[in-house]
Write a protein of this length. Structure first.
Length: 281
C-alpha cells in the first residue's frame, strides 16, 4: 500500500496523438489528476525546450524527464528550500530548473558519430525540411526538437547497418533505444532509471511512499513500464508487439489522446478496487 501516487507518462503516441500531436481528449483526465494532487511527470524522448513549452501549454508545473531518461529537470523551489540538502550534490542549475543528469553529454555523442559515420539520417544535422517531414512538426517545433543536449535521433534504411551501429555504440559505452520514429543514440540510461531516481527523491522529501502509474506505447518506454506499480500500454503503431509480450500491462482500446485518458481511468479504478488508496494529501 502506498501513501500517494504519481503518474509517469511518455508523450508521442501516448498522451499526444502520434500524427497530429493533439492532446485535447486527455485534458479532463489531466484535470482530474491535478484535483487529486497526483503529479503528472513527463518522461519523454523530447528535449528540454519542448517539454518546457508543453508544460506551459498544459499548465503542468512538475518535474520532467527529457531525452529518454537522460536528465531530470526540477523547477527551482518545487520541493522547497528545506529540501536542498536531499538533492544530489551534482545537481546543476539551468535556467529556472535544478537538473540531475543521468545520461551523456551531446558532445561525446557527436564525437562518436563523427568517428563512426553511420549510414543514417541524423535528425539534428539533416536539412530542416527533412526533419519536419520525418516528424510532422512545423518549423518552430522542429527547431525545439533539434535542440538536443543528451541524445541524437537517427533513421537507418538498412537493418543490418543499424544492428552493427548498435553493437559499436555498446562497445563505446553508449546505448541505443528504439522510439516510435527514430533510433536514439544516448548514454547508458533509460526512462526507468530516471523514473526511479525521481520517485526516490519524492519519497525522501515528503517522507511518504509513492506508487507509480506509468503510461507508454513503445519499446523505449519498456524499462519505465516494467518498473511501474501499474503499467498502461496505450494503443499505437508501436504497441502491438509489446501488448502480446506483456499481458500484465493494462492495454487501451483507443489511441492517444483518448487512449491516455482511458488508461488513466483504468489505473485509477484498479487502485480503488485493489488498494483502497485515497487520492490527495
Amino acid at each position: 500500500m502506498f501513501d500517494r501516487w504519481m503518474v509517469m507518462t511518455d508523450l508521442d503516441g501516448t498522451l499526444l496523438n502520434h500524427h497530429s500531436y493533439d492532446y485535447q481528449a486527455a485534458e479532463p483526465a489531466l484535470k482530474k489528476l491535478q484535483a487529486s494532487a497526483i503529479p503528472v511527470i513527463f518522461n519523454s524522448s523530447k528535449t528540454y525546450a519542448e517539454l518546457k513549452s508543453l508544460s506551459g501549454q498544459l499548465e503542468i508545473h512538475h518535474p520532467f524527464i527529457v531525452e529518454n531518461g537522460s536528465a531530470i529537470f526540477i523547477p527551482q523551489h518545487y520541493f522547497g528550500a528545506s529540501s536542498a540538502s536531499l538533492l544530489p550534490a551534482e545537481a546543476l542549475s539551468i535556467d529556472d530548473f535544478l537538473v540531475i543528469i543521468t545520461g551523456q553529454d551531446i558532445n561525446r555523442l557527436n564525437a562518436f558519430l563523427d568517428h563512426t559515420e553511420p549510414a543514417a539520417i541524423n535528425f539534428c544535422r539533416c536539412p530542416l525540411e527533412l526533419a519536419m517531414e520525418l516528424t510532422g512538426l512545423n518549423k518552430p517545433e522542429a527547431l525545439l526538437a533539434r535542440d538536443r543536449q543528451f541524445s541524437v535521433p537517427l533513421v537507418f534504411d538498412d537493418q543490418q547497418q543499424q544492428a552493427d551501429f548498435q553493437r559499436e555504440a555498446e562497445r563505446a559505452g553508449l546505448s541505443c533505444l528504439r522510439g516510435g520514429r527514430f533510433l536514439h543514440l544516448l548514454g547508458r540510461c533509460d526512462k526507468g532509471v530516471s523514473m526511479m531516481v525521481l520517485r526516490e527523491l519524492y519519497q525522501k522529501i515528503y517522507q511518504q511512499s509513492f506508487g507509480v502509474i506509468a503510461l507508454g506505447d513503445g519499446q523505449n518506454d519498456l524499462a519505465m513500464l516494467q518498473q511501474a506499480d501499474i503499467a498502461v500500454l496505450v494503443k499505437s503503431p508501436s504497441s502491438t508487439a509489446l501488448s502480446s509480450q506483456y499481458p500484465e500491462f493494462i492495454t487501451t482500446q483507443q489511441q492517444a489522446p483518448a487512449g491516455w485518458a482511458e488508461g488513466v481511468q483504468a489505473a485509477l479504478e484498479k487502485i480503488n478496487l485493489n488498494r483502497g488508496i485515497q487520492y490527495g494529501r
